[in-house]
Write a protein that binds this ligand. Structure first.
Ligand SMILES: [Zn+2]
Length: 195
Protein backbone atom coordinates (compact mmCIF):
# COMPACT_ATOMS: atom_id res chain seq x y z
CA UNK A 1 0.00 0.00 0.00
CA UNK A 2 1.08 3.52 -0.78
CA UNK A 3 1.96 5.43 2.39
CA UNK A 4 2.00 8.99 1.11
CA UNK A 5 1.29 11.44 -1.72
CA UNK A 6 3.48 14.26 -2.95
CA UNK A 7 0.42 16.36 -3.87
CA UNK A 8 -3.07 16.33 -2.46
CA UNK A 9 -5.14 14.16 -4.86
CA UNK A 10 -8.23 15.64 -6.53
CA UNK A 11 -11.50 15.28 -4.63
CA UNK A 12 -10.07 15.84 -1.14
CA UNK A 13 -11.11 18.53 1.27
CA UNK A 14 -9.52 19.87 4.45
CA UNK A 15 -11.42 18.41 7.43
CA UNK A 16 -9.53 19.54 10.53
CA UNK A 17 -6.37 21.23 11.77
CA UNK A 18 -4.56 20.67 15.07
CA UNK A 19 -2.16 23.43 16.00
CA UNK A 20 -0.06 22.58 19.05
CA UNK A 21 1.94 25.82 18.68
CA UNK A 22 -0.75 28.53 18.51
CA UNK A 23 -4.06 27.02 19.67
CA UNK A 24 -4.09 28.26 23.28
CA UNK A 25 -7.16 26.22 24.30
CA UNK A 26 -5.56 23.06 22.95
CA UNK A 27 -2.26 23.83 24.72
CA UNK A 28 -4.08 24.33 28.05
CA UNK A 29 -6.06 21.09 27.60
CA UNK A 30 -2.96 19.07 26.69
CA UNK A 31 -1.01 20.55 29.62
CA UNK A 32 -3.82 19.70 32.05
CA UNK A 33 -4.08 16.16 30.66
CA UNK A 34 -0.31 15.73 31.04
CA UNK A 35 -0.40 17.01 34.63
CA UNK A 36 -3.31 14.70 35.50
CA UNK A 37 -1.38 11.69 34.20
CA UNK A 38 1.72 12.77 36.14
CA UNK A 39 -0.29 13.13 39.37
CA UNK A 40 -1.73 9.62 38.93
CA UNK A 41 1.76 8.15 38.42
CA UNK A 42 3.16 10.13 41.35
CA UNK A 43 0.37 8.76 43.57
CA UNK A 44 1.00 5.21 42.32
CA UNK A 45 4.74 5.58 42.92
CA UNK A 46 4.24 6.85 46.48
CA UNK A 47 1.61 4.20 47.31
CA UNK A 48 3.80 1.42 45.90
CA UNK A 49 7.26 2.44 47.10
CA UNK A 50 6.71 5.28 49.61
CA UNK A 51 7.31 3.24 52.72
CA UNK A 52 10.52 1.69 51.40
CA UNK A 53 11.70 5.09 50.11
CA UNK A 54 11.49 6.50 53.63
CA UNK A 55 13.76 3.69 54.80
CA UNK A 56 16.37 4.20 52.05
CA UNK A 57 18.31 7.42 51.45
CA UNK A 58 17.79 8.70 47.88
CA UNK A 59 20.82 7.64 45.79
CA UNK A 60 22.14 10.83 44.18
CA UNK A 61 23.25 9.07 41.01
CA UNK A 62 19.63 8.02 40.45
CA UNK A 63 18.34 11.58 40.76
CA UNK A 64 21.02 12.78 38.35
CA UNK A 65 20.35 9.88 35.98
CA UNK A 66 16.65 10.73 36.04
CA UNK A 67 17.26 14.28 34.77
CA UNK A 68 19.72 13.10 32.14
CA UNK A 69 17.22 10.45 31.02
CA UNK A 70 14.47 13.06 30.77
CA UNK A 71 16.53 15.34 28.54
CA UNK A 72 17.59 12.38 26.40
CA UNK A 73 13.95 11.29 26.25
CA UNK A 74 12.80 14.63 24.82
CA UNK A 75 15.18 14.12 21.90
CA UNK A 76 14.65 10.36 21.54
CA UNK A 77 10.85 10.68 21.50
CA UNK A 78 11.08 12.91 18.43
CA UNK A 79 13.76 10.72 16.84
CA UNK A 80 11.42 7.70 17.11
CA UNK A 81 8.67 9.66 15.32
CA UNK A 82 11.30 10.60 12.74
CA UNK A 83 12.59 7.04 12.29
CA UNK A 84 9.05 5.79 11.68
CA UNK A 85 8.30 8.59 9.21
CA UNK A 86 11.61 8.01 7.45
CA UNK A 87 11.03 4.26 7.09
CA UNK A 88 7.48 4.74 5.83
CA UNK A 89 8.00 7.71 3.50
CA UNK A 90 11.73 8.29 2.94
CA UNK A 91 10.97 12.01 2.85
CA UNK A 92 12.63 15.05 4.37
CA UNK A 93 11.87 15.47 8.09
CA UNK A 94 11.64 18.57 10.21
CA UNK A 95 12.41 18.79 13.94
CA UNK A 96 11.87 21.61 16.39
CA UNK A 97 11.09 22.86 19.84
CA UNK A 98 8.73 25.59 21.02
CA UNK A 99 7.61 26.49 24.54
CA UNK A 100 4.54 24.27 24.22
CA UNK A 101 5.76 21.43 22.04
CA UNK A 102 8.74 19.45 20.77
CA UNK A 103 7.98 18.18 17.32
CA UNK A 104 8.93 16.10 14.33
CA UNK A 105 7.08 16.34 11.04
CA UNK A 106 7.30 15.51 7.40
CA UNK A 107 6.02 18.81 6.03
CA UNK A 108 6.22 18.42 2.25
CA UNK A 109 3.93 15.43 1.76
CA UNK A 110 0.51 14.00 2.63
CA UNK A 111 0.65 10.76 4.65
CA UNK A 112 -2.05 8.09 4.60
CA UNK A 113 -3.85 7.13 7.82
CA UNK A 114 -2.08 3.85 8.55
CA UNK A 115 1.46 5.22 8.14
CA UNK A 116 0.54 8.37 10.05
CA UNK A 117 -0.92 6.32 12.90
CA UNK A 118 2.26 4.22 13.12
CA UNK A 119 4.49 7.32 13.19
CA UNK A 120 2.27 9.07 15.74
CA UNK A 121 2.13 6.10 18.14
CA UNK A 122 5.71 4.81 17.77
CA UNK A 123 7.26 6.72 20.74
CA UNK A 124 4.28 5.90 22.99
CA UNK A 125 4.75 2.17 22.34
CA UNK A 126 8.58 2.15 22.41
CA UNK A 127 8.96 4.07 25.68
CA UNK A 128 6.15 2.18 27.43
CA UNK A 129 8.18 -0.97 26.73
CA UNK A 130 11.37 0.75 27.93
CA UNK A 131 9.61 1.86 31.13
CA UNK A 132 8.17 -1.57 31.88
CA UNK A 133 11.54 -3.24 31.29
CA UNK A 134 13.25 -0.69 33.60
CA UNK A 135 10.61 -1.32 36.28
CA UNK A 136 11.30 -5.03 36.02
CA UNK A 137 15.10 -4.87 36.12
CA UNK A 138 16.06 -1.83 38.22
CA UNK A 139 16.47 -2.73 41.89
CA UNK A 140 15.44 -0.54 44.81
CA UNK A 141 12.51 1.63 45.81
CA UNK A 142 13.95 4.90 44.50
CA UNK A 143 14.74 3.43 41.07
CA UNK A 144 11.15 2.22 40.80
CA UNK A 145 9.89 5.62 41.97
CA UNK A 146 11.91 7.52 39.36
CA UNK A 147 10.94 5.04 36.64
CA UNK A 148 7.24 5.50 37.41
CA UNK A 149 7.64 9.30 37.36
CA UNK A 150 9.47 8.93 34.04
CA UNK A 151 6.56 6.82 32.71
CA UNK A 152 4.06 9.43 33.95
CA UNK A 153 5.95 12.24 32.21
CA UNK A 154 6.26 10.12 29.07
CA UNK A 155 2.59 9.12 28.88
CA UNK A 156 1.45 12.65 29.79
CA UNK A 157 3.87 14.03 27.21
CA UNK A 158 2.20 11.82 24.61
CA UNK A 159 -1.13 13.65 25.14
CA UNK A 160 -0.91 15.24 21.70
CA UNK A 161 0.05 11.97 20.03
CA UNK A 162 -2.81 10.18 21.80
CA UNK A 163 -5.24 12.91 20.74
CA UNK A 164 -4.19 12.32 17.12
CA UNK A 165 -4.62 8.57 17.63
CA UNK A 166 -8.09 9.08 19.08
CA UNK A 167 -9.06 11.16 16.03
CA UNK A 168 -7.89 8.35 13.71
CA UNK A 169 -9.91 5.82 15.72
CA UNK A 170 -13.08 7.90 15.79
CA UNK A 171 -13.42 10.69 13.24
CA UNK A 172 -10.91 9.67 10.58
CA UNK A 173 -11.38 5.91 10.18
CA UNK A 174 -11.26 6.08 6.39
CA UNK A 175 -7.89 4.57 5.29
CA UNK A 176 -7.77 7.18 2.51
CA UNK A 177 -7.47 9.99 5.08
CA UNK A 178 -4.34 12.05 4.36
CA UNK A 179 -2.45 14.11 6.93
CA UNK A 180 0.04 16.86 6.34
CA UNK A 181 2.28 17.08 9.43
CA UNK A 182 4.52 20.13 9.67
CA UNK A 183 5.48 19.09 13.23
CA UNK A 184 3.42 21.38 15.46
CA UNK A 185 0.50 21.50 12.99
CA UNK A 186 -1.39 18.52 11.58
CA UNK A 187 -4.01 19.02 8.88
CA UNK A 188 -6.38 16.19 7.99
CA UNK A 189 -7.79 15.76 4.49
CA UNK A 190 -10.63 13.42 3.56
CA UNK A 191 -12.20 12.31 0.27
CA UNK A 192 -14.95 14.81 -0.54
CA UNK A 193 -17.92 12.58 -1.33
CA UNK A 194 -17.92 10.31 1.74
CA UNK A 195 -17.86 12.93 4.45
ZN1 LIG B 1 5.20 12.67 20.06
Amino acid sequence: MKHWEKDLPAGYREAMTIDAKSDKKLIVKMTLASLAVLVVFLALAVLWQGKKMLAEPMPLHLALGFWIALIAYLVLHELVHGAAYKMLTGQKLTFGLTLSVAFCGVPEIYVYRKASLIAVLAPFVVFNIVGVVLLAVLPGAWARFFTLIFLGLHIGGCAGDLYNTWLYLTRFQDPRTLTNDTGPVQTFYVPERDM
